[in-house]
Design a binder for this molecule. Structure first.
Ligand SMILES: [Zn+2]
Length: 65
């Protein structure tokens, strides 16, 4: 099955989409493993970058809440 982002034909993950990014952060504030979310490797990389950037810009808090 194609990953969440492949399905939607997402090329770049927008770090401003806090709502979306939160779906990929566990309750402990960690980025969920791609094994759990089914995100492919290339999108997982982009997702990690987007989340890090969102945290840096305080769009997401460090815990992801
Ligand atoms: Zn993908």
């Amino acid at each position: 099955m194609p990953c969440f982002f492949c399905q939607r034909n997402v090329k770049e993950i927008d770090f401003k989409e806090a709502q979306l990014l939160r779906n990929f952060i566990s309750s402990s504030g960690k980025i969920k493993a791609k094994k759990r979310t089914g995100v492919c490797s290339s999108h997982q990389r982009k997702l990690t970058k987007a989340i890090e950037r969102a945290r840096f810009l305080a769009i997401l808090s460090p815990s992801g809440k």
